[in-house]
Structure formats: structure tokens, C-alpha cells
Design a protein around this ligand. Structure first.
Ligand code: WTA
Length: 635
């Protein structure tokens, strides 16, 4: 069984085999990689505990597969191209040989600073080549990476550092993103001052040459740490099920949880899915615009492409700087063949420069992808016609932090595409729809809750230090199934269309935000008694954040109060979680048992007053009129 599927016949054959005999299927796929020792069992699983192990007994190092394995044939091929935020800064390329050398030096530097197999390292980095180098260096010596999106606040960073007791933080001095100059190291300093006692060293890359505060006890400059290190570093032998990384993500309740991925299965699946979903061919230039702080960056900027021996582009900037033609300019400059971005970026670019792609030569593009949130038909059509010039298939890829890799997606040129449909599952993936009782909805043209009924190699293994949370969140809703938290439909051919989250998670510009987290932050305000946060449709962001707030007494100037609430949310979580609308109310709709009726709040925020449903079970039905009146004033 080859790694890459070339035609519809191969797809059907691979899919059928993966269902009929998953162990034989994955055994063949996994044999394409370099293992130090072969596994003795392909998969062991129990979705009740849950317990999932892939390629048990197998020994490997993922970086040998990302780097060393390609040296013989592709040593001089470009592995990463870096495009800076500023148009005038020359781009940088590293070949596979050069990347292996840099990774080895960095790996030795980490070791010399006392990092050992199993230690956790937190990354708070801009999109520069050093982020890829140091992540791979971490994996090379068997340390565990926990990357935190550099837009999160010091509070969020501190929570994540503490939860997994990181021994080291790797960051830059500042980050130039768009026209902003973000004081990265200052945020790290602030976070560490919040009681991150586990941190022994802060490794700082001098990215912008600006002055920063220096703590000689903790801080060490990247260049000093690398100085004199050998450019050879033996890759640590890892068990298939050893932890590769932790990535924090939001859920319906409580603080973000650390999703754990392990070495063997994650390696096999990210490479397999990358090669098939993007139909990457040798010599192509692939570009994913995500940030490495999200799962898309982990799986499809770093691991998937490098495991496949691809050339992967990393971009430091933002889509609208210096203008809304930047993405297309980069595509033209580097002759990008596969381009992968989020619907929110597509909508923003469509709004600010409908004809803008016409000003660039986009003829190199072969496949264009979308990820992170449902893509609406208008955005799909614009993307397809204006960017893909009506000949590039749009791959609408559905997956999650927890799934590690793309689960449902067209295979370009192989399966057909249909606007708004993620379409068919990849080989090895067995999705199903269930009703509220957990009964599977067989046949086509169904609507229900999306579950997966058989394990796949890159699936979540646990939530860090809290296995029970993993069980209750994903495996307890429906017996013997992984529950995704998403609702979906199928069409008459069985293609999947993802509708969106059915839990209290809001998807803002493709970023997952838990309503509980935002409420916790808002409630920190001295004058806030209670708050309730819901999502509402937003033209660019997909979903916006709507906060209903009960205040104590008079808050005075409303504009001032709103600003304070926004500041508090920025401080506690990060600017991405700032509410788009704040409505001061005197009460929230509650059931007799005291539970907030979010369904009603959602409908009111959406402006759907006619479908509020039964409000007679409310303890305080009279509040509905006040809520409606308040919304009208806002819009
Ligand atoms: C949503 C991002 C519709 C979904 C890779 C999922 C999507 C959540 C799509 C995971 C898509 C992701 N169409 N919705 N193609 N892709 N989602 O963990 O609600 O940041 O549960 O992973 O994004 O977000 P996460």
C-alpha cells in the first residue's frame, strides 16, 4: 500500500481495506517510516477507559523521519522557506541538511542546559525559523513541547506553564507582526512572576534587536547557548507511545486542557494525511498560513510536511500587512503550489480586496485548503474562483486539536468537491452521526452529532495529568465512541457537512474559545455580579462573542465600563477572546433549578426572536423582553 493515493480507485481500495482490516492497513502504512525497532502490536484500544495505543513496542524518533531520512536524496532541497513580516526583509531558506545541522546544535544546547527526555518545554515564539528548529530539537532529545500561541496573555501563559511544570521557556525578544511590535519577552517575564517556579531557564532568541529586561539567573541568549555546540546529536530513542507534545485547547468547562499526542501514531498519520489531502509532489512549495501555536501549525506546517520531505513555507506576518494583497504576493514570489488557510482570512480578504488576487500571478497554485471553522458558500466560491481560478480544488478539511490530523476532506483531483462540504473521511477514519440518545443514524441525508467509532493513529491519548477529564469530555457522552463536540449533516451521497459546535465552545476566527473562560475573566471586574457568554454569527470572524453582564449598582459611563471589561478579558486570556458585544442586563434567563438558559441567550444575540421556544419553564420569563430591547439598542 503506497503512502500516496493517486486516483479514485486507490482511494476506494485504501478506504475499504482500512475498514475491513485496520491493523493490516496501518501496518503497511507505518512500514514506510524509519523505526529503530518495529512494533509488536498495531493497535490496542478500549474507548471506555479510554486507552489507546498504536504501534506498541515500536521505537523511533520523529525527527529522524523529518530530517535524517531525507538527507541522502533531498539533503540540498529546501526544507523551510521563511517569509518575514516586512516585505523588504529578504526571505531565508534552509535545506534539509542545514535544518538537521541547526536542529542538532540546538538539541545539544538544550541538553547542555539540563533538559532531559520527558522534560516539558514551553514555546512562546513568533513565526521565525528558530521556532521550527527548537521544536524539532526538543523532539530530538525526547523532551515534550507545549507551544503557546504568542497572542495569549501572561495569565494564560502562566496557567499553561504551571499545568505541565515546564522546565524551560523558549521565546524571542519582541515580535513584529503587521504594524505591531509585541513585547514577547516581557509577557514571559510577567508570566514567570506569577509563580511559575518550575522554570529554570528562559532561552531568548534575538529576533528584533530591541532592549529587554534581563534576569541573569534565568535568561540565556539563543546565540550564546548555541555557541560551541556540536552539529551532531544522536536522536533519542522514543517509544511509540511516549509523549511528543501537549497542546492546550478550550472546552465547554473550566480551564483549557492539555491535549496529549504521542510519537508513533502522530508521525504516521500527519504524514499520510498531508501527502493525500494536499497531493504534494516532489518539488512543490507548500504554504500553510496558520500559527505554530495551533494544532494546524504543529501538524501541517512542521510535522506533516517535513515527514513528507516537502518544502514548507513559514510566514511571520498577517494577511493584511502591508495590504490585503500580501498572501497573494507571497504565493507569487515563492510559486506556492498548495495553499492552506482559514475561512476567517478568506472572508476578510474578500471584503477588503475582492479583485485583489487578480493583481498577482497565482498560476503556480494547484490545491487550496480551508480549516478551522465552517466555510460559508460565498467565501468558498470566491476562494475557488478568484484564488483558485476555478481550476484548483478547494479542500475543506475538518479536524480538531484532539484528532491530531485531518479526518474528513476531499482528496484533490481524486474525490469531488462541493461548497461547504468537508465531504468524505480519509482512509482509516470511521465517522458516524448519532442522535441525542446515541443511536447511530445510518444511511445518507442525515443530521446529527459527529462521532468517530474506531481509533486512528494520531488521536488524543489523554488530557495531561487529568485522564478523567479526557474520558468525560470525549468518551462518556456516547458509549464506545469518540464524541467530537460538532454537529454535522450528510447529503445524498454521504458527504459530510460540518455545522459547528454543539457545546459551549465558540469558534472565533477559527480559534476555539470556551464560554466559561470568558465568563470567568469578565467576572473578575469589581462591578460584575454575573455574566453569560454566547456566540453569534459574525460576517468576518464566523462567530463573535456576545456577553450579557449583570452589574452591581450603577457602573457610570457605559463606554468606559465596556473598555474595562475588554481589558480584563485581554489580560486574562488574550485579545482574541474580547467580546464583540456587551449588554448590561438586570437578570439572566434561568431555569427553576438556577441554570442559565443559554439557548435563549443565543437566539436573542442572533436576533432570532421568533424561535425562542418555550420560555414558560423559566423562573423569570419577564427578563426576555428586557434582553430583546437591549439587543435592539446595540445594533
Ligand atoms: C471546527 C482546528 C467546519 C470544528 C484544526 C472543530 C471546522 C473545531 C472545520 C476544532 C471545517 C475545524 N469545517 N468546522 N473544515 N475544521 N472546524 O481544535 O468545530 O482548533 O471541532 O482544530 O474547529 O478546532 P481546533
Amino acid at each position: 500500500m503506497p503512502l500516496q493515493i493517486n486516483n479514485i480507485h486507490d482511494y476506494h481500495e485504501a478506504y475499504q481495506k482500512s475498514i475491513d482490516n485496520p491493523e493490516a492497513f496501518w501496518d503497511e502504512i507505518a512500514s514506510h517510516f524509519t523505526w529503530k525497532e518495529i512494533w509488536n502490536k498495531v493497535v490496542h484500544f478500549d474507548f471506555v477507559s479510554p486507552e489507546v495505543r498504536w504501534f506498541e513496542g515500536g521505537k523511533l524518533n520523529i525527527t529522524e523521519n523529518c530530517l535524517d531520512r531525507h538527507i541522502k536524496d533531498k539533503g540540498d532541497q529546501v526544507a523551510i522557506i521563511w517569509e518575514a513580516n516586512d516585505v523588504d526583509t529578504p526571505s531565508v531558506s534552509l535545506t534539509y541538511k542545514e535544518l538537521l545541522r541547526e536542529v542538532s546544535i540546538c538539541a545539544n544546547a538544550l541538553k547542555s542546559m539540563g533538559i532531559q527526555k520527558g522534560d516539558r518545554i514551553c514555546f512562546y515564539m513568533p513565526m521565525i525559523p528558530q521556532v521550527v528548529i527548537s521544536i524539532l530539537a526538543c523532539a530530538r532529545i525526547g523532551a515534550v513541547h507545549s507551544i503557546v500561541f504568542a497572542g495569549f496573555s501572561a495569565n494564560s501563559l502562566a496557567d499553561r506553564i504551571k499545568d505541565c511544570t515546564c522546565k524551560m521557556v523558549i521565546c524571542s525578544d519582541f515580535n513584529k507582526r503587521g504594524s505591531k511590535n509585541i513585547p514577547v519577552k516581557e509577557v514571559v517575564d510577567e508570566a514567570i512572576a506569577m509563580g511559575c517556579d518550575s522554570v529554570e531557564k528562559v532561552l531568548v532568541y534575538n529576533s528584533t534587536n530591541q532592549k529587554i529586561n534581563w534576569n541573569p539567573e534565568l535568561d540565556i541568549w539563543w546565540d550564546d547557548a548555541m555557541e560551541g555546540q556540536s552539529d551532531y546529536c544522536e536522536a533519542e530513542t522514543m517509544d511509540s507511545e511516549d509523549m511528543l507534545f501537549i497542546l492546550y485547547t478550550s472546552g465547554s468547562t473550566g480551564k483549557p486542557k492539555g491535549v496529549v499526542h504521542t510519537c508513533g501514531g502522530y508521525m504516521v498519520y500527519t504524514c499520510y494525511s498531508f501527502l493525500n489531502v494536499f497531493q504534494y509532489k516532489p518539488g512543490d512549495v507548500y504554504w500553510c498560513t496558520a500559527d505554530v501555536g495551533w494544532i494546524t501549525g504543529h501538524s501541517y506546517i512542521i510535522y506533516g510536511p517535513l515527514l513528507s520531505g516537502a518544502t514548507t513555507l513559514i510566514f511571520e506576518g498577517v494577511p493584511t500587512y502591508p495590504d490585503s494583497g500580501r498572501f497573494w504576493k507571497v504565493c507569487e514570489k515563492h510559486k506556492v503550489n498548495q495553499f492552506y488557510t482559514a475561512p476567517t482570512a478568506i472572508r476578510a480578504l474578500m471584503a477588503s480586496g475582492h479583485e485583489e488576487p487578480d493583481n498577482y500571478d497565482l498560476s503556480s497554485l494547484k490545491v487550496i485548503g480551508s480549516v478551522g471553522e465552517p466555510i460559508n458558500e460565498e467565501a468558498w466560491m470566491w476562494y475557488h474562483s478568484k484564488v483558485g481560478k476555478s481550476h484548483c480544488p478547494v479542500v475543506d478539511t475538518w479536524w480538531q486539536t484532539e484528532t491530531g490530523g485531518i479526518m474528513i476532506s476531499p482528496l484533490p483531483g481524486i474525490t469531488d468537491t462541493k461548497p461547504c462540504f468537508a465531504s468524505y473521511p480519509l482512509p482509516g477514519i470511521q465517522p458516524c452521526l448519532v442522535d441525542l440518545q446515541g443511536e447511530e443514524l445510518h444511511g445518507h441525508n442525515q443530521e446529527g452529532l459527529l462521532c468517530i467509532k474506531y481509533p486512528w493513529p494520531s488521536m488524543i491519548r489523554t488530557t495531561y495529568r487529568d485522564h478523567e477529564r479526557c474520558r468525560t469530555t470525549y468518551f462518556s457522552t456516547f458509549h464506545n465512541k469518540y464524541f467530537t463536540g460538532d454537529g454535522a449533516k450528510t447529503d445524498e451521497h454521504g458527504r459530510y457537512r460540518i455545522i459547528g459546535r454543539v457545546d459551549d465552545v465558540i469558534n472565533v476566527s477559527g480559534h476555539r474559545i470556551g464560554t466559561a473562560e470568558v465568563e470567568d475573566a469578565i467576572n473578575q471586574h469589581d462591578h460584575v455580579v454575573e455574566s453569560a457568554v454566547v456566540g453569534f454569527p459574525h460576517a468576518i470572524k464566523g462567530q463573535g462573542i456576545y456577553a450579557y453582564v449583570i452589574t452591581s449598582g450603577e457602573v457610570g459611563d457605559h463606554a468606559h465600563f465596556r473598555k474595562e471589561v475588554l481589558d480584563i478579558v485581554s489580560k486574562h486570556i488574550g485579545p482574541i477572546a474580547k467580546p464583540d458585544a456587551i449588554q448590561i442586563v438586570s437578570q439572566l434567563p434561568k431555569t427553576r433549578s438556577g441554570k442559565i438558559m443559554r439557548r435563549i441567550l443565543r437566539k436573542i444575540a442572533e436576533g432570532e426572536y421568533d424561535s425562542l421556544g418555550d420560555i414558560s419553564t423559566l423562573l423569570n420569563p419577564e427578563c426576555v423582553e428586557e434582553l430583546k430591547a437591549g439587543v435592539k439598542r446595540l445594533s
